[in-house]
Write a new protein. Structure first.
Length: 344
């Protein structure tokens, strides 16, 4: 028969370290009122006794569960977001927090946040790429729960972390213009998405600002199949274009397939620029010129920002805007000399 070793208690640690159990509690709570030598003795005693503080006990003393919740609202696509969940979970773990994940819809968001509060989570990270909601309404739904959005929401003055989609789109379009392209098509994400709406708007505005008429446009979802279908629609429109801005690397792979099926060369006939800089972008044929969104940076920044708010409840809420980089590869080149290609 295996005899289980008796689990050490906070009083066992206090006895071994020669301090009161209240001092051990202060060390556990990282109080600055404990002398460094005393703290060292307590930590050594914990190590020798293999003492692991009970989470329930820790909650009772700190009034914190050290648990965060990621609430994902109305996501229609998966893909690389699994990597974002992993990045946020690791960032939370490194800061001493657990991370729960909830999938919900716009209609059920209020209930999802109520459930998070019932689970006694300390705060919420929300990823809601299509959620158009006023700050007042979101604050009411959150019910006082500390919350950081992992989205680019330029209309909001609440806490959010996101890549500047206006800057990113302008950089992509102006790079194509610099290469001599004057008829530039677009396959943005669907326009119900915040990013899709912004990219379509800025693509159009940037071209008009340079005295150019926008080329054909077909919004699409973030998949290979939809990127392929959108490009087929652009080609069937009969409107000429020598370059195309595509909403993601995944979509671009499908779009490039459609171009090749029509006998068009990349970039000799049509230049292709996309967004994300996913791993596949360097291995397409030709390799993709793309806007680099370092999503790992966005993920960890959102987690760290939420924890800062938890540690400083009076912090003035602000927005953390990240700027992407342009990664130039072989899918873009100078516009075809002296002509505009007809793709019909």
């Amino acid at each position: 028969m295996v005899v289980k070793k008796k689990k050490s208690t906070i009083r066992d640690v206090a006895k071994l370290a020669g301090v009161s159990y209240q001092t051990v509690s202060r060390v556990m709570n990282e109080s600055e009122s404990v002398a460094e030598e005393t703290r060292r003795r307590v930590l050594q005693a914990m190590k020798e006794l293999d003492f692991v503080p009970s989470k329930v006990a820790r909650m009772l003393t700190t009034h914190r569960s050290h648990t965060l919740e990621l609430v994902v609202v109305s996501i229609r696509h998966g893909g690389r977001f699994a990597e974002s969940i992993k990045s946020m979970a690791l960032a939370a773990r490194d800061a001493g927090y657990d991370l729960l994940v909830t999938m919900t819809t716009r209609e059920e968001l209020g209930a999802a946040l109520e459930n998070a509060a019932a689970r006694l989570v300390d705060g919420v990270i929300m990823h809601a790429p299509s959620l158009d909601i006023s700050d007042e309404d979101l604050l009411e739904i959150a019910g006082g729960m500390p919350l950081v959005r992992r989205d680019y929401v330029p209309t909001s003055k609440l806490a959010w972390v996101g890549f500047d989609q206006i800057y990113a789109t302008r950089m992509a379009v102006e790079y194509l213009i610099k290469l001599g392209h004057r008829q530039i098509a677009a396959i943005p994400p669907t326009l119900d998405l915040i990013n899709g709406h912004l990219r379509h708007t800025v693509w159009r505005e940037t071209l008009l600002h340079h005295g150019l008429q926008p080329g054909p446009m077909c919004a699409s979802q973030y998949t290979f199949t939809n990127g392929h279908a959108a490009m087929q629609q652009l080609l069937a429109s009969g409107q000429p274009f020598t370059a195309v801005m595509v909403g993601s690397d995944t979509m671009a792979l499908g779009a490039m397939r459609a171009l090749r099926e029509h006998g068009l060369r990349i970039p000799a006939d049509v230049s292709v620029i996309s967004f994300d800089n996913a791993e596949l972008a360097a291995y397409t044929e030709p390799p993709l010129t793309t806007i680099d969104f370092n999503f790992g940076q966005q993920d960890t920044t959102a987690v760290k920002y939420l924890i800062e708010i938890l540690n400083n409840p009076d912090m003035k809420l602000h927005q953390r805007i990240l700027l992407p980089d342009l990664i130039v590869r072989e899918s873009t080149g100078e516009a075809p000399a002296g002509r505009v290609a007809e793709h019909s």
